[in-house]
Design a protein around this ligand. Sequence first.
Ligand code: MGD
Ligand code: MGD
Ligand code: MO
Length: 764
Amino acid sequence: MSKLCFTPPIQEEDLQIIKPKKVAAGLPAVRASVKNALKYMDVKTCTKTLFSVNQMKGFDCPGCAWPDPDDNRSALGEYCENGVKAIAEEATSRRITPDFFKQHSVEELSNWSDFKLGKSGRLTEPMVLRAGNSHYEPIAWEEAFGMIADQLNSLDSPDEAIFYTSGRTSNEAAFLYQLFVREYGTNNLPDCSNMCHESSGVALSGTVGIGKGSVRLEDFYVTDLIIVMGQNPGTNHPRMMSALQKAKKSGAKIISINPLLETGLKAFAHPQHVSAIAGGSTKLTDLYLQVKINADVALLKCIMKLLYEVEKQKPGEVFDHDFITSKTSGYKELIKDLEKFEVDDLVKETGLKLDQIKKAAKMILGSEKIIICWAMGLTQHVNGVNNIQELVNLLLLKGSIGKPGAGTCPVRGHSNVQGDRTMGIWERPKPAFLDQLEETFGFKAPRKNGYNTVEAIEAMHEGKGKMFFAMGGNFLSATPDTLYTAEALQKCEMTVQVSTKLNRSHLITGKTALILPCLGRTEIDIQDGEEQFVSVENSMGIVHSSTGGIEPASKHLLSEPAIVALLAKFTLQDNSSTEWIEMAKDYDLIRDKIEACIPGFDDYNTRVRQDGGFYLPNGARDGEFHTSNKKAKFTLNPVPKNTLKKGEYMMMTIRSHDQFNTTIYGLDDRYRGIINGRRVILMNKNDMKKLGISQEEEVDLMSKYGGKERVAPQFKAIAYDIPESCVATYFPEANVLIPITLIAKKSHTPASKLVKIFIKKKQS
Ligand SMILES: Nc1nc2c(c(=O)[nH]1)N[C@H]1C(S)=C(S)[C@@H](COP(=O)(O)OP(=O)(O)OC[C@H]3O[C@@H](n4cnc5c(=O)[nH]c(N)nc54)[C@H](O)[C@@H]3O)O[C@H]1N2
Ligand SMILES: Nc1nc2c(c(=O)[nH]1)N[C@H]1C(S)=C(S)[C@@H](COP(=O)(O)OP(=O)(O)OC[C@H]3O[C@@H](n4cnc5c(=O)[nH]c(N)nc54)[C@H](O)[C@@H]3O)O[C@H]1N2
Ligand SMILES: [Mo]
């Protein structure tokens, strides 16, 4: 039996629990970030990177997809504590050399924590793990590409190959990559978005005609009301906090909807403002609704019902009838459907008090311009698409979309996840896009839809997917059902990872495995003697340039576009008339082709060079809804029934303050007061009492789906302010518990926030 460790190994943790913080950021954040940066970067690199992050001529922070102000950027750099951690992680001075792999076997490394793997430094040379071997060994780039090409060309069908993308890949690399994959002959392009905002994309395309958000940053400064649902910006989008602060100062109100009382939603002290140094902070949330997990549809419906009751008494004073009549369809059906629900039943589902919901309804009633922001707390549910459709219903009733200060704001995760989709990284490409590719590049594009992330895992498990290629990311640890996914990957003939840092996906592999190390965002990219820049699209649809400024971590690194071009050249050989090598030498040529294939990129090379970049067209923003009937659509969304059996709890898997997805920067969750520990489960104190579990007592977690028991042992229980019957754990530690079959309807997003588990006390 193999002793490979598929999941984060269980290790002694010197856990400490303190009171959750009352204010996010401020001085401690500045201190924490600089301390962190200096630990892993030298002072010169540190200053250089921090001063150029998110500047007009600098590089795009790899931390998140929150937009930068169009003007007025801080001279100190537009960054946040967690952005600094992301940069330090990439610009670290530590290196993984071939010697490292000689010293440590794959099996040994798999028993290291994710934290230790990440802190080993940057990958520096291409490496191969040959079939049956215990150690990676160096390999020349040409030989690596030759091996991959041979493998790809030996498959019975191109559909036996799977090409994953994580969301850091630039527009240029993503466009080349999807082009290569399609010229090779498949649409098997699953991406991290499948696990992330797919539910938002599906819901928004169907209802308002564009799978992206409609608001701009400026809308935050003129809005009446911001609702933040299922999102923890203090940790995951800290730069959003300055926007919320500015919105508050301009008179906006904020409602937060979240099972946890997240510090970042309570109050904020701007880490780059002098007032914060003096201890000043801004209270953010005016009304905090601590709903039960997945009670958002019930809550929104309850709010709409309360609004409708007032509307009936004062017709035309609550809903925006001009908007509803001229711009929407399905209003009558929505009202008829609302009549079917009783307020009391809905209130019960939410776990809130009617009074609290009335307060929310009143604030919404008095607001003409509303923005709703959301993230994984809404998308990663079986009814994730319904969650978002329901919030769109509320916005449509209020006419709160397509005008200044109002609209949808799905807050994206990875810094270019939105751009990758725009570039065609999608397993279900639109025919018009494929037509355009065919016309521009003269090849026959595959028309059959490819696998999404979950389908890709299933295909590998069934032996239908034999070759797995990842453009970034950490597929094993980011996906659900870790043991099942590990088996799936191990069944592959070959797994290849284009990466900057070592992670578990390099260790749990197919028969042969390759690591192709690449340049990161922060690094200078020189091709054919000329310095190149790349471009990215942020959460609000602004495309802008990103230019690295520091020396590459190793002279052996290739850029992602160069890797794709060489891969294409080796694999397709004379069967492609695309000028791969020329394009990889001059990214302007790639951008010309993007312009030729994708709407909205006119004069790409000129406009991307303008300070701040340019906005992509967005119908919903302009009040034009490109749906099947040219109207924004109301939808009918059932209230989910989340019945728990005796002893069952509803688990959400969330991020700590010290992680970026599967990258573990540190072991603290500072705002939540959890220090030096990740194997924890946050529980309501009454539930702990019921189960006879004391603070920090060790418990085993178990889920039971489809007759199969999945176990995650040795988690410490922590009493926390969370509704009864709801619990929270961190991902990726708890991913073993999430069955591969637990996915959102229509979007197929793993329902990582809706996992029923049992909590077992240790036998004493
Ligand atoms: N520092 C840092 N930044 C990041 C990331 C990171 O890991 N670290 N990840 C990036 C990525 S890829 C993404 S997608 C984003 C993720 O950003 P978030 O979505 O903010 O991340 P999560 O930790 O998953 O937080 C989900 C929030 O939803 C709440 N929630 C869970 N279930 C429900 C529910 O049923 N209803 C409601 N109303 N709330 C619920 C949780 O309590 C939590 O506050 O952040 C991006 N930015
Ligand atoms: N249970 C549970 N599971 C989840 C989630 C959850 O909330 N709960 N969230 C889901 C979400 S929202 C997402 S987005 C996914 C994330 O899934 P992924 O995107 O697959 O995972 P990351 O952890 O972001 O990937 C980190 C790795 O990316 C590589 N990398 C970093 N920068 C670069 C670069 O510039 N180029 C290249 N080529 N590689 C780079 C490094 O090697 C690093 O180890 O996880 C999902 N999984
Ligand atoms: Mo994400």
